[in-house]
Design a protein around this ligand. Structure first.
Ligand SMILES: [Zn+2]
Length: 406
């Protein structure tokens, strides 16, 4: 049976889906895991306080996580009342995961434990021939896994720019990579012998904010994640769950047209947000407008700006202006509580933040209610960090027994 035939009824959850009862259940489980990881060792009483969930719900989820050995009861101590309290901790060795972030120029891969701590990391050049590249990459990863306690690696998560068919684990189309119909999961599963989940890079980046970010992410009704890399992608977290819409989900806010006289975009249109404010757009503008040598990456351009190059600084400001306009437009429609920006541009936060805030000000239908908080991502490479929760979610236990409590 092929992967496609089994996709619809697979026991393995395929990353993120539309919100439903099952999602609320898993969101609660992830929220609980996040708090345990963040505050461990933590008592059940404190866990109930921190989650805001009912004690019965917390108890059911904790017992399930204990049975699955994802959480264990750690040290016990005698509280002031004299009754011994047990403390919960994540079993970091429950499962290790391989995370792979395929970028237009570079691909980063590594291994993390169940705490999300990255134990090993490597960067290679992304090749244009997808088949050959994935073959070489799987050879490198096999070596890394073999030299790193192979038996504990349980799953692989891949983040990739473009439209992803989650059920099939394939990349349908990526204009920036120049890839089309690449069965990433099938190829890697055959080579690595591990289950592989594939997710769009902006959705993976949004997931990294749930996994590595502050607790406020869990209380936000709507969080808009803007991933600025070689292209621009967006991820939405609604009530603690990454929302993707249909099987081949969204991610297309980067192609909102902003300037009918702007540069051509990889999607075939003109003047998209991505064509005006992505790393590629910023670097191309810097090189074209002055006949300058094109820096190798946005990091290099930021180095120039920080060293006093006014033109480099101007291009960062121009891109931030376009991004601010696009985010303001989206804020009118989505009313996010929080907007998180991810990508190398966050290294220039002192330059871009005032520009973004300035663009986000101005007219709102309901001033004070529509304007979101704005902050940089919690991790420097969110598309890479997000590949680990994409993988580790498939290790979480699935049961319907808690439905009556939620
Ligand atoms: Zn476009």
């Amino acid at each position: 049976m092929t992967r496609d035939q089994t996709a619809g009824k697979s026991a393995i959850p395929h990353g993120v889906r539309m919100l439903g009862v099952e999602d609320v259940r898993q969101a609660n489980e992830l929220k609980l895991l996040h708090i345990i990881r963040d505050r461990q060792p933590i008592s059940r009483v404190d866990l109930v306080k921190a989650t805001g969930l009912r004690a019965g719900t917390v108890s059911v989820i904790v017992n399930r996580l204990l049975r699955a050995s994802i959480v264990h009861e750690g040290e016990s101590a005698r509280s002031s009342g004299g009754r011994p309290a047990t403390y919960l901790q994540i079993n970091a060795e429950k499962a290790h995961a391989v995370g792979i972030s395929i970028g237009v120029h570079q691909t980063v891969y590594g291994i993390s434990d169940f705490n999300g701590r990255i134990l090993n990391q490597r960067t290679v050049r992304t090749e244009s021939d997808a088949g050959r590249f994935l073959n070489d990459l799987s050879g490198d990863i096999t070596q890394m896994v073999a030299s790193h306690r192979r038996k504990r690696v349980a799953a692989v998560g891949v983040s990739v720019p473009g439209l992803v068919d989650r059920a099939a684990g394939s990349l349908v189309r990526s204009p920036n990579l120049g890839w089309r119909d690449v069965p990433i999961a099938s190829v890697l599963e055959a080579k690595l012998g591990l289950p592989v989940q594939v997710e769009n890079d902006a959705n993976a980046a949004a997931l990294s904010e749930l996994w590595y970010g502050p607790m406020e992410v869990w209380s936000a009704h709507c969080l808009l994640f803007v991933l600025i890399v070689q292209g621009i992608g967006t991820g939405l977290i609604l009530n603690g769950e990454v929302y993707v819409g249909s099987r081949i989900g969204m991610g297309g806010f980067g192609h909102i047209p902003l300037d009918p006289n702007g540069p051509p975009c990889s999607c075939g249109s003109i003047g998209c947000w991505e064509a005006l404010a992505s790393d590629e757009a910023t670097l191309a503008r810097f090189a074209n407008s002055n006949g300058s040598v094109r820096p190798a990456s946005l990091d290099h351009l930021i180095d120039l700006a920080e060293a006093g190059d006014a033109r480099a600084r101007d291009e960062l400001i121009t891109s931030a202006t376009f991004s601010g306009r696009a985010i303001k437009g989206l804020s009118h429609g989505l009313a996010p509580d929080i907007v998180v920006i991810g990508g190398q541009i966050t290294r220039a936060w002192s330059i871009v933040e005032p520009v973004l805030l300035n663009e986000l000000q101005g007219e709102y239908l309901l001033p004070g209610t529509s304007r979101p908080q704005l902050r940089p991502a919690s991790v420097y490479n969110p598309a890479f960090f997000g590949a680990f929760p994409v993988a580790l979610r498939s290790v979480l236990p699935r049961t319907r027994r808690v439905s009556s409590l939620l």
